[in-house]
Design a protein around this ligand. Sequence first.
Ligand code: PLP
Length: 407
Amino acid sequence: MREATTGTATLSETLIEQEERWGAHNYHPLDVVCTKGEGVWLTDVEGRRYMDFLAAYSAVNQGHNHPRIVEALVAQARTLALTSRAFRNDAFPPLLEKLCRLTGFDKALLMNSGAEAVETALKAMRKWAYDVKGVPYPQAEIVVAEGNFHGRTTTIVGFSTDPDSTSRFGPFTPGFRIVPYGDLRAVEAAIGPSTAAIFVEPIQGEAGVLIPPAGYLRGLRDLADRHRCLLVLDEVQSGLGRTGKLFAFEHEGIRPDGVTIGKALSGGLYPVSAFLASKAVMDVFTPGIHGSTYGGNPLACAVASAALDVLVEEKLVERAATLGAHLEARLRGMKTEKVEEVRVRGLWAGVQLRESAGPARPYCLALKERGMLCKDTHAQTIRLAPPLVIAREELDWAVDQLEAVLA
Ligand code: PLP
Protein backbone atom coordinates (compact mmCIF):
# COMPACT_ATOMS: atom_id res chain seq x y z
CA MET A 1 0.00 0.00 0.00
CA ARG A 2 1.25 3.50 -0.80
CA GLU A 3 1.93 5.61 2.24
CA ALA A 4 0.81 9.22 2.32
CA THR A 5 3.41 11.78 1.31
CA THR A 6 5.07 12.98 4.49
CA GLY A 7 6.62 16.36 5.19
CA THR A 8 8.28 17.80 2.11
CA ALA A 9 9.01 14.46 0.41
CA THR A 10 7.53 14.04 -3.03
CA LEU A 11 5.43 10.99 -3.85
CA SER A 12 8.37 9.62 -5.89
CA GLU A 13 10.73 10.01 -2.94
CA THR A 14 8.27 8.36 -0.59
CA LEU A 15 7.77 5.39 -2.91
CA ILE A 16 11.50 5.00 -3.50
CA GLU A 17 12.12 4.99 0.24
CA GLN A 18 9.37 2.41 0.71
CA GLU A 19 10.88 0.19 -1.98
CA GLU A 20 14.37 0.46 -0.51
CA ARG A 21 13.06 -0.30 2.99
CA TRP A 22 10.94 -3.34 2.12
CA GLY A 23 12.43 -4.76 -1.07
CA ALA A 24 15.53 -6.79 -1.85
CA HIS A 25 18.27 -4.62 -3.34
CA ASN A 26 18.80 -6.75 -6.44
CA TYR A 27 18.42 -3.87 -8.93
CA HIS A 28 19.85 -0.37 -9.26
CA PRO A 29 17.02 1.40 -11.12
CA LEU A 30 16.93 4.97 -12.34
CA ASP A 31 14.91 6.95 -9.81
CA VAL A 32 11.82 7.44 -11.94
CA VAL A 33 8.58 6.03 -10.52
CA CYS A 34 6.29 5.21 -13.43
CA THR A 35 2.55 4.99 -13.10
CA LYS A 36 1.30 4.99 -16.70
CA GLY A 37 2.47 3.72 -20.07
CA GLU A 38 1.17 4.45 -23.55
CA GLY A 39 3.01 3.71 -26.79
CA VAL A 40 6.58 5.01 -26.42
CA TRP A 41 5.68 7.13 -23.41
CA LEU A 42 5.91 6.56 -19.66
CA THR A 43 4.46 8.97 -17.10
CA ASP A 44 5.77 9.20 -13.54
CA VAL A 45 3.77 9.79 -10.37
CA GLU A 46 4.44 13.55 -10.55
CA GLY A 47 3.00 13.64 -14.07
CA ARG A 48 6.33 13.98 -15.94
CA ARG A 49 6.44 12.24 -19.31
CA TYR A 50 9.43 10.28 -20.57
CA MET A 51 10.18 8.61 -23.87
CA ASP A 52 11.05 4.98 -23.13
CA PHE A 53 14.24 3.96 -24.89
CA LEU A 54 14.60 0.61 -23.11
CA ALA A 55 11.16 -0.88 -23.82
CA ALA A 56 11.53 -3.20 -20.80
CA TYR A 57 14.55 -4.84 -22.41
CA SER A 58 12.60 -5.27 -25.68
CA ALA A 59 9.47 -6.76 -24.08
CA VAL A 60 7.47 -3.72 -25.13
CA ASN A 61 8.24 -3.84 -28.87
CA GLN A 62 4.52 -3.24 -29.58
CA GLY A 63 4.48 -0.13 -27.35
CA HIS A 64 3.19 0.21 -23.80
CA ASN A 65 -0.35 -1.00 -23.17
CA HIS A 66 -1.20 -1.59 -26.80
CA PRO A 67 -5.03 -1.28 -26.79
CA ARG A 68 -5.55 -4.43 -28.81
CA ILE A 69 -3.38 -6.55 -26.52
CA VAL A 70 -4.99 -5.00 -23.42
CA GLU A 71 -8.41 -5.82 -24.86
CA ALA A 72 -7.39 -9.45 -25.43
CA LEU A 73 -6.02 -9.64 -21.88
CA VAL A 74 -9.16 -8.23 -20.29
CA ALA A 75 -11.54 -10.34 -22.39
CA GLN A 76 -9.65 -13.54 -21.62
CA ALA A 77 -9.36 -12.66 -17.91
CA ARG A 78 -13.14 -12.39 -17.79
CA THR A 79 -13.54 -15.84 -19.33
CA LEU A 80 -10.79 -18.20 -18.19
CA ALA A 81 -7.32 -17.49 -16.86
CA LEU A 82 -5.72 -20.74 -15.75
CA THR A 83 -6.42 -24.44 -15.97
CA SER A 84 -2.84 -25.75 -15.70
CA ARG A 85 -1.85 -28.26 -18.35
CA ALA A 86 -3.61 -30.98 -16.35
CA PHE A 87 -6.62 -30.05 -18.52
CA ARG A 88 -6.74 -28.62 -22.03
CA ASN A 89 -7.89 -25.08 -22.88
CA ASP A 90 -9.19 -23.55 -26.08
CA ALA A 91 -6.66 -20.68 -26.34
CA PHE A 92 -3.54 -22.89 -26.35
CA PRO A 93 -3.86 -24.88 -29.63
CA PRO A 94 -4.53 -21.84 -31.89
CA LEU A 95 -1.55 -20.00 -30.40
CA LEU A 96 0.75 -22.99 -31.02
CA GLU A 97 -0.30 -23.09 -34.67
CA LYS A 98 -0.03 -19.31 -35.12
CA LEU A 99 3.44 -19.27 -33.56
CA CYS A 100 4.76 -22.17 -35.64
CA ARG A 101 3.29 -20.90 -38.92
CA LEU A 102 4.70 -17.41 -38.31
CA THR A 103 8.18 -18.57 -37.30
CA GLY A 104 8.57 -21.67 -39.47
CA PHE A 105 9.38 -24.01 -36.57
CA ASP A 106 7.61 -27.38 -36.27
CA LYS A 107 6.64 -27.21 -32.62
CA ALA A 108 6.41 -24.88 -29.64
CA LEU A 109 6.63 -25.36 -25.88
CA LEU A 110 5.23 -22.50 -23.81
CA MET A 111 6.77 -21.26 -20.57
CA ASN A 112 6.66 -17.92 -18.72
CA SER A 113 9.99 -16.15 -18.26
CA GLY A 114 12.84 -16.02 -20.75
CA ALA A 115 15.05 -17.95 -18.34
CA GLU A 116 12.50 -20.78 -18.26
CA ALA A 117 12.48 -20.96 -22.06
CA VAL A 118 16.28 -21.21 -21.92
CA GLU A 119 16.12 -23.95 -19.24
CA THR A 120 13.67 -25.80 -21.50
CA ALA A 121 16.06 -25.48 -24.43
CA LEU A 122 19.00 -26.72 -22.35
CA LYS A 123 17.03 -29.79 -21.27
CA ALA A 124 16.01 -30.44 -24.89
CA MET A 125 19.61 -30.15 -26.14
CA ARG A 126 20.89 -32.61 -23.55
CA LYS A 127 18.08 -35.10 -23.99
CA TRP A 128 18.47 -34.97 -27.78
CA ALA A 129 22.17 -35.77 -27.31
CA TYR A 130 21.35 -38.92 -25.31
CA ASP A 131 18.20 -40.08 -27.10
CA VAL A 132 19.06 -39.22 -30.70
CA LYS A 133 22.81 -38.69 -31.04
CA GLY A 134 23.73 -41.47 -28.60
CA VAL A 135 26.04 -39.50 -26.29
CA PRO A 136 26.82 -41.62 -23.17
CA TYR A 137 24.83 -40.41 -20.14
CA PRO A 138 25.55 -37.98 -18.42
CA GLN A 139 28.33 -36.59 -20.61
CA ALA A 140 26.48 -34.16 -22.88
CA GLU A 141 28.21 -30.82 -23.36
CA ILE A 142 26.88 -27.52 -24.63
CA VAL A 143 29.17 -24.93 -26.20
CA VAL A 144 28.31 -21.39 -25.07
CA ALA A 145 29.87 -17.94 -25.49
CA GLU A 146 31.77 -15.59 -23.22
CA GLY A 147 29.76 -12.50 -22.33
CA ASN A 148 26.47 -14.39 -22.65
CA PHE A 149 23.28 -13.42 -20.88
CA HIS A 150 20.55 -16.04 -20.81
CA GLY A 151 18.77 -15.28 -17.52
CA ARG A 152 19.22 -15.71 -13.79
CA THR A 153 18.52 -19.31 -12.77
CA THR A 154 21.39 -21.21 -11.13
CA THR A 155 22.15 -23.43 -14.13
CA ILE A 156 22.14 -20.44 -16.48
CA VAL A 157 24.32 -18.16 -14.34
CA GLY A 158 26.67 -21.11 -13.88
CA PHE A 159 27.91 -20.67 -17.46
CA SER A 160 27.93 -16.87 -17.36
CA THR A 161 31.26 -15.03 -17.44
CA ASP A 162 29.81 -11.93 -15.78
CA PRO A 163 30.95 -11.76 -12.13
CA ASP A 164 27.67 -10.05 -11.19
CA SER A 165 25.68 -13.02 -12.55
CA THR A 166 27.85 -15.72 -10.97
CA SER A 167 28.27 -13.80 -7.65
CA ARG A 168 29.28 -16.77 -5.45
CA PHE A 169 26.01 -18.58 -6.25
CA GLY A 170 27.86 -21.85 -6.97
CA PRO A 171 28.38 -24.78 -7.06
CA PHE A 172 27.20 -24.72 -10.65
CA THR A 173 25.89 -27.27 -13.13
CA PRO A 174 28.67 -28.89 -15.19
CA GLY A 175 28.51 -29.64 -18.93
CA PHE A 176 29.20 -26.24 -20.51
CA ARG A 177 32.21 -25.23 -22.63
CA ILE A 178 32.67 -21.46 -22.72
CA VAL A 179 34.42 -19.98 -25.78
CA PRO A 180 35.03 -16.39 -26.96
CA TYR A 181 32.00 -14.87 -28.72
CA GLY A 182 32.36 -14.46 -32.47
CA ASP A 183 35.25 -16.93 -32.76
CA LEU A 184 34.37 -19.89 -35.00
CA ARG A 185 37.74 -21.60 -34.52
CA ALA A 186 37.23 -21.61 -30.76
CA VAL A 187 33.80 -23.20 -31.22
CA GLU A 188 35.22 -25.91 -33.46
CA ALA A 189 38.02 -26.62 -30.97
CA ALA A 190 35.45 -26.99 -28.17
CA ILE A 191 33.28 -29.47 -30.08
CA GLY A 192 33.83 -33.15 -29.26
CA PRO A 193 31.92 -36.43 -29.53
CA SER A 194 29.78 -35.49 -26.49
CA THR A 195 28.71 -32.10 -27.83
CA ALA A 196 24.95 -31.77 -27.79
CA ALA A 197 24.68 -28.24 -29.11
CA ILE A 198 26.06 -24.80 -29.71
CA PHE A 199 23.93 -22.28 -27.81
CA VAL A 200 24.45 -18.53 -28.26
CA GLU A 201 22.68 -15.21 -28.68
CA PRO A 202 22.81 -14.09 -32.34
CA ILE A 203 23.54 -10.60 -30.97
CA GLN A 204 24.63 -10.23 -27.35
CA GLY A 205 22.19 -7.72 -25.86
CA GLU A 206 23.18 -7.41 -22.23
CA ALA A 207 26.86 -7.43 -23.21
CA GLY A 208 26.16 -4.13 -25.01
CA VAL A 209 24.49 -5.03 -28.32
CA LEU A 210 27.56 -6.92 -29.54
CA ILE A 211 27.16 -7.96 -33.17
CA PRO A 212 29.36 -10.92 -34.13
CA PRO A 213 31.51 -10.82 -37.30
CA ALA A 214 29.61 -11.40 -40.56
CA GLY A 215 29.41 -15.11 -41.33
CA TYR A 216 29.51 -16.18 -37.67
CA LEU A 217 26.00 -17.64 -37.55
CA ARG A 218 26.43 -19.29 -40.93
CA GLY A 219 29.70 -20.74 -39.65
CA LEU A 220 27.98 -22.07 -36.53
CA ARG A 221 25.29 -23.69 -38.68
CA ASP A 222 27.99 -25.34 -40.75
CA LEU A 223 29.91 -26.56 -37.67
CA ALA A 224 26.73 -27.96 -36.11
CA ASP A 225 25.93 -29.85 -39.31
CA ARG A 226 29.46 -31.21 -39.75
CA HIS A 227 29.75 -32.37 -36.16
CA ARG A 228 26.17 -33.56 -35.81
CA CYS A 229 25.18 -31.29 -32.98
CA LEU A 230 22.34 -28.81 -32.65
CA LEU A 231 22.47 -25.07 -33.18
CA VAL A 232 20.09 -23.36 -30.74
CA LEU A 233 19.85 -19.57 -30.53
CA ASP A 234 18.57 -17.37 -27.72
CA GLU A 235 16.35 -14.71 -29.30
CA VAL A 236 14.58 -13.71 -26.09
CA GLN A 237 15.83 -10.15 -26.59
CA SER A 238 16.83 -10.04 -30.27
CA GLY A 239 13.73 -11.80 -31.59
CA LEU A 240 10.30 -10.67 -32.76
CA GLY A 241 11.31 -7.67 -34.79
CA ARG A 242 13.90 -5.84 -32.73
CA THR A 243 16.69 -6.16 -35.34
CA GLY A 244 14.55 -5.44 -38.41
CA LYS A 245 13.87 -9.13 -39.07
CA LEU A 246 11.50 -11.40 -37.19
CA PHE A 247 14.61 -13.24 -35.92
CA ALA A 248 18.17 -11.93 -35.86
CA PHE A 249 19.39 -15.20 -37.43
CA GLU A 250 17.59 -14.24 -40.66
CA HIS A 251 20.28 -11.62 -41.27
CA GLU A 252 22.55 -14.54 -42.21
CA GLY A 253 19.94 -16.61 -43.99
CA ILE A 254 20.25 -19.61 -41.67
CA ARG A 255 17.82 -21.65 -39.60
CA PRO A 256 18.75 -22.99 -36.19
CA ASP A 257 17.34 -26.26 -34.80
CA GLY A 258 15.71 -24.41 -31.96
CA VAL A 259 15.18 -20.91 -30.63
CA THR A 260 14.09 -19.35 -27.36
CA ILE A 261 11.77 -16.34 -27.35
CA GLY A 262 10.01 -14.36 -24.62
CA LYS A 263 9.66 -10.67 -23.78
CA ALA A 264 7.86 -9.21 -26.87
CA LEU A 265 5.90 -12.45 -27.30
CA SER A 266 3.38 -10.78 -24.99
CA GLY A 267 4.05 -7.14 -25.88
CA GLY A 268 4.95 -6.54 -22.23
CA LEU A 269 1.49 -7.39 -20.90
CA TYR A 270 2.19 -10.75 -19.30
CA PRO A 271 5.17 -13.11 -18.90
CA VAL A 272 5.08 -15.52 -21.86
CA SER A 273 8.06 -17.37 -23.32
CA ALA A 274 8.57 -20.29 -25.64
CA PHE A 275 11.05 -22.78 -26.95
CA LEU A 276 10.50 -23.38 -30.65
CA ALA A 277 12.18 -26.30 -32.39
CA SER A 278 12.19 -28.91 -35.10
CA LYS A 279 10.05 -31.97 -34.49
CA ALA A 280 13.16 -34.16 -33.99
CA VAL A 281 14.24 -31.97 -31.08
CA MET A 282 10.86 -31.31 -29.49
CA ASP A 283 9.90 -34.98 -29.58
CA VAL A 284 12.43 -35.69 -26.80
CA PHE A 285 9.79 -34.34 -24.41
CA THR A 286 7.33 -36.97 -23.18
CA PRO A 287 4.47 -36.58 -20.67
CA GLY A 288 5.55 -35.67 -17.17
CA ILE A 289 9.21 -34.82 -17.76
CA HIS A 290 8.91 -31.04 -18.10
CA GLY A 291 6.33 -28.32 -17.50
CA SER A 292 5.09 -25.30 -15.61
CA THR A 293 1.80 -24.58 -13.84
CA TYR A 294 1.34 -21.32 -15.73
CA GLY A 295 3.00 -22.38 -19.00
CA GLY A 296 0.52 -22.14 -21.87
CA ASN A 297 -2.29 -20.77 -19.72
CA PRO A 298 -5.28 -19.21 -21.53
CA LEU A 299 -4.48 -15.67 -20.44
CA ALA A 300 -0.90 -15.98 -21.70
CA CYS A 301 -2.09 -17.49 -24.99
CA ALA A 302 -4.69 -14.78 -25.63
CA VAL A 303 -2.14 -12.05 -24.92
CA ALA A 304 0.59 -13.66 -27.04
CA SER A 305 -1.82 -14.23 -29.90
CA ALA A 306 -2.83 -10.54 -29.94
CA ALA A 307 0.82 -9.45 -29.54
CA LEU A 308 1.82 -11.49 -32.61
CA ASP A 309 -1.11 -10.07 -34.59
CA VAL A 310 0.00 -6.54 -33.74
CA LEU A 311 3.56 -7.34 -34.79
CA VAL A 312 2.41 -8.61 -38.17
CA GLU A 313 -0.50 -6.28 -38.95
CA GLU A 314 1.31 -3.11 -37.90
CA LYS A 315 4.36 -4.28 -39.86
CA LEU A 316 6.61 -3.64 -36.88
CA VAL A 317 9.43 -5.80 -38.21
CA GLU A 318 9.61 -3.78 -41.43
CA ARG A 319 9.29 -0.61 -39.38
CA ALA A 320 12.30 -1.60 -37.27
CA ALA A 321 14.32 -2.17 -40.45
CA THR A 322 13.42 1.20 -42.00
CA LEU A 323 13.69 3.27 -38.84
CA GLY A 324 16.77 1.29 -37.82
CA ALA A 325 18.61 2.52 -40.92
CA HIS A 326 17.63 6.07 -40.00
CA LEU A 327 18.74 5.56 -36.37
CA GLU A 328 22.09 4.22 -37.53
CA ALA A 329 22.67 7.18 -39.85
CA ARG A 330 21.73 9.66 -37.13
CA LEU A 331 23.92 7.99 -34.48
CA ARG A 332 26.92 7.83 -36.80
CA GLY A 333 26.42 11.49 -37.65
CA MET A 334 26.44 12.70 -34.01
CA LYS A 335 28.93 15.46 -33.30
CA THR A 336 30.74 14.13 -30.24
CA GLU A 337 34.22 13.12 -29.16
CA LYS A 338 32.91 10.84 -26.44
CA VAL A 339 31.82 7.85 -28.54
CA GLU A 340 34.20 4.96 -29.23
CA GLU A 341 31.84 2.84 -31.32
CA VAL A 342 28.21 2.65 -32.40
CA ARG A 343 26.68 -0.78 -33.02
CA VAL A 344 23.23 -0.86 -34.62
CA ARG A 345 20.96 -3.61 -35.87
CA GLY A 346 17.40 -2.49 -36.53
CA LEU A 347 16.01 -0.42 -33.66
CA TRP A 348 18.66 -1.72 -31.31
CA ALA A 349 21.88 0.15 -30.64
CA GLY A 350 24.84 0.10 -28.32
CA VAL A 351 26.61 3.43 -28.05
CA GLN A 352 29.97 2.62 -26.53
CA LEU A 353 31.73 5.51 -24.84
CA ARG A 354 35.46 6.13 -24.75
CA GLU A 355 37.21 5.45 -21.43
CA SER A 356 37.90 9.18 -21.20
CA ALA A 357 34.16 9.94 -21.30
CA GLY A 358 33.66 8.07 -18.00
CA PRO A 359 30.87 5.58 -17.25
CA ALA A 360 27.55 5.60 -19.13
CA ARG A 361 25.24 5.97 -16.13
CA PRO A 362 25.65 9.74 -15.59
CA TYR A 363 24.70 10.25 -19.26
CA CYS A 364 21.56 8.13 -18.69
CA LEU A 365 20.75 10.32 -15.68
CA ALA A 366 21.23 13.44 -17.81
CA LEU A 367 18.93 11.95 -20.47
CA LYS A 368 16.31 11.28 -17.81
CA GLU A 369 16.36 14.98 -16.92
CA ARG A 370 15.65 15.67 -20.60
CA GLY A 371 12.71 13.23 -20.64
CA MET A 372 14.35 10.18 -22.19
CA LEU A 373 14.81 6.88 -20.36
CA CYS A 374 17.57 4.47 -21.29
CA LYS A 375 19.89 2.14 -19.50
CA ASP A 376 23.63 1.78 -19.29
CA THR A 377 25.04 -1.68 -19.71
CA HIS A 378 28.52 -2.89 -18.82
CA ALA A 379 29.60 0.53 -17.55
CA GLN A 380 30.65 2.11 -20.86
CA THR A 381 27.67 1.44 -23.13
CA ILE A 382 24.34 3.23 -23.51
CA ARG A 383 21.82 0.78 -24.90
CA LEU A 384 19.00 2.12 -27.09
CA ALA A 385 15.91 0.00 -27.73
CA PRO A 386 12.72 2.02 -28.17
CA PRO A 387 9.32 0.41 -28.77
CA LEU A 388 9.09 -0.43 -32.47
CA VAL A 389 5.97 1.77 -32.81
CA ILE A 390 8.12 4.88 -32.36
CA ALA A 391 7.58 7.67 -34.93
CA ARG A 392 10.47 8.99 -36.98
CA GLU A 393 10.15 12.47 -35.40
CA GLU A 394 10.26 10.91 -31.93
CA LEU A 395 13.39 9.00 -32.88
CA ASP A 396 14.97 12.23 -34.16
CA TRP A 397 14.07 14.02 -30.94
CA ALA A 398 15.70 11.23 -28.91
CA VAL A 399 18.94 11.30 -30.91
CA ASP A 400 19.00 15.11 -30.47
CA GLN A 401 18.85 14.59 -26.70
CA LEU A 402 21.61 11.98 -26.83
CA GLU A 403 23.81 14.22 -28.97
CA ALA A 404 23.24 17.09 -26.53
CA VAL A 405 24.31 15.11 -23.45
CA LEU A 406 27.32 13.67 -25.31
CA ALA A 407 28.43 17.07 -26.63
N1 PLP B 1 17.87 -14.52 -22.75
C1 PLP B 1 18.23 -13.30 -23.18
C2 PLP B 1 19.02 -13.15 -24.44
C3 PLP B 1 17.88 -12.17 -22.43
O1 PLP B 1 18.25 -10.96 -22.84
C4 PLP B 1 17.12 -12.34 -21.24
C5 PLP B 1 16.73 -11.18 -20.43
O2 PLP B 1 17.20 -10.09 -20.58
C6 PLP B 1 16.76 -13.65 -20.85
C7 PLP B 1 17.15 -14.71 -21.64
C8 PLP B 1 15.99 -13.89 -19.59
O3 PLP B 1 14.68 -13.47 -19.69
P1 PLP B 1 13.80 -13.26 -18.35
O4 PLP B 1 14.35 -12.06 -17.68
O5 PLP B 1 12.41 -13.08 -18.86
O6 PLP B 1 13.97 -14.51 -17.54
